[in-house]
Write a protein that binds this ligand. Sequence first.
Ligand code: ADP
Ligand code: MG
Length: 310
Amino acid sequence: MKKIVVALGGNAIQAKDNSAAAQQEAVSKTTKVIAQMIENGDQVAITHGNGPQVGNLLLQQYQDSSKSNPAMPLDTISAMTQGSIGYWMQKALDDQLHHDHFPSQAVTLITQTIVDANDPAFENPTKPIGPFYNFNEMQKQKIYHPDYVYKQDAGRGYRQVVASPEPQEIVNAPIIKHLLEQDFVPIAAGGGGIPVIVRDNHLQGVSGVIDKDYSATKLAEDIEADQLVILTTVDNAYLNYNQNNQKAIGKVKVDELREYLDQGHFAAGSMKPKIEAAIEFVEKTGNSAIITSLKNADELDTGVGTIVYN
Ligand code: ADP
Ligand code: MG
């Protein structure tokens, strides 16, 4: 029996159409594979991204934001999407897992992730979120949210930008570990977890979006997972991606992969964080990490994907 953290990318949840029904259908396809892993005897903790859902919810929140009915801040919105996506996953797993007791053992945990209040990312927020505004609209938003930072986004208008700080600690990791070891299926640290800082012994939510690939590594380390599985759109990480001499990376030693990383083979904001996450997990634990596509997930034992080992 293996303890596995499965990290799901946006394509595991988002459908062509953004209706709840369509997203639930996409989620249901995804969890089928995970249910199979569980039926095979593995203990699986699920974590997932929430980029499109956070963006859409923000849009709705801002649509008619006013003093009497203000848009919720980003930490709260992040919690809301952890809840809605977790609900979809629980429901799907309820249908797919064989169990003696209904409902099944899938459980969503609203998860907070500690970040450093002095993380340089806060000085330089780079991640655009939510809608575009013209100058006047942006000024109006500032009345309600004087603390928000807005930047020009490639000449297309103004957008709120937030920090993408490094995750330091998954606050709820001991509970997640406990749930997993009791054969529950925790759905946790969605969207990277809600970023919080520690202030006077209290946790305080901050505006930011943590990269889910980095938080997945933290989670896998914290709960002493045997394997980190990152499921995305591509079957492998590639050398010379999208060029004539593109080459899939199969089984690879962590030192060799680091050389490829240093040579710049992996794009920032997409494949690079996955590679860095895999390298960190393998170096810290000595265990293996796999990066592959969702559709390969039901044959992980056959050597598919990019397998990183020590
Ligand atoms: P997710 O939602 O799963 O995090 P991302 O879009 O962030 O997905 O990352 C996966 C994408 O990374 C792939 O679809 C691919 O376009 C891109 N990518 C960039 N560099 C590489 C590379 N060297 N090998 C494979 N994919 C790459
Ligand atoms: Mg991504």
